[in-house]
Design a protein around this ligand. Structure first.
Ligand code: SAM
Length: 264
């Protein structure tokens, strides 16, 4: 299958994505097939539904163009991307991630017209200038120069950051009173403020009951649990003991920073 853009022709792999990664950065091994399949299981239980609903509400409020062009920069395995694509409708969506495992997973799970999966680096986006009405950057690293380059002049960036209470019950369960249970988004927010004009910040907070059968996936879907084996109890022991407690209620807490292109 071929795709044309600015007289360039790209091959779309049989699996339904384009690989435009130029190999000039280190791949983060954390984001592998195991993490993505766990992330899909937990997303499918509705863990992030409150977040994607709010994002769609914001997208629909900020522009009524039809169709509109949306980029998801750092889309992972595409669960949230697809949810937003489906709920917003009439959207042309491009989704980029550095992890081939993530994009492979996304393309195999969600194959739709007007939804293009790309293996690429958000620090060197393989996309032309002034193309997008909206960029989504959900719990992923950012490159604001690149985002400004590919955003249209009146385009909007929606940067989603976990808030300090995000999955706090899981962090407390694993790390107890150890300071690893603390999370602050202060540095990310400061960096955002220094680089782009924030027009609004929306706080989202809700709880979600994770069934005991989904607790192993909850453990595996987040980089939060990566260093567990350094501690006295292994990840398997911790997962097992949490499963025994039955359903586990977790807090989902985020900020959506709504950002315009220029610093006024
Ligand atoms: C925590 S995951 C979030 C994924 C997705 N947005 C979600 O919320 O499910 C962070 C993602 O950023 C991606 N990432 C990290 N560095 C990147 C880069 N330089 N370019 C593109 N993606 C990158 C990782 O591969 C990973 O999929």
């Amino acid at each position: 299958m071929k795709c044309r853009d600015n007289n360039h022709t790209y091959d779309i792999s049989k699996k339904g994505y384009i690989n435009l990664f130029n190999g000039q950065t280190k791949i983060v091994k954390t984001y592998d097939r195991k993490l993505f399949s766990a992330r899909k299981i937990t997303s499918d239980t509705g863990l992030y539904a409150g977040l994607t609903e709010k994002i769609c509400e914001v997208i629909n409020k900020i522009d009524n163009k039809n169709p509109r062009a949306v980029l998801d920069a750092g889309c992972g395995c595409g669960n949230l991307t697809f949810d937003i694509f489906r709920k917003t409708g009439k959207t042309m969506m491009f989704a980029v991630d550095l992890s081939k495992d993530g994009i492979d997973f996304a393309a195999a799970s969600f194959c739709e017209d007007n939804l293009l999966w790309i293996v690429g680096n958000l620090n060197n986006l393989p996309l032309s200038e002034n193309k997008f009405d909206v960029i989504l950057n959900i719990m992923s690293p950012a490159n604001y120069l690149e985002f400004k380059r590919v955003l249209k002049h009146d385009g909007v960036l929606l940067k989603v950051l976990p808030d300090s209470d995000y999955l706090k019950e899981l962090r407390h369960f694993i790390y107890g009173e150890n300071d690893k249970n603390e999370y602050s988004n202060k540095d990310v927010l400061t960096n955002l403020e220094e680089n782009i004009n924030i027009t609004d910040i929306i706080d989202i907070r809700y709880t979600h009951a994770v069934k005991s059968s989904d607790i192993p996936a909850l453990f595996d879907m987040t980089p939060l649990t990566l260093n567990i084996n350094e501690r006295e109890r292994t990840k398997a022991e911790l997962t097992g003991s949490l499963c025994e407690t039955g359903d586990f209620e977790v807090t989902l807490a985020f900020k959506i920073a709504v950002c315009g292109k220029f610093i006024y």
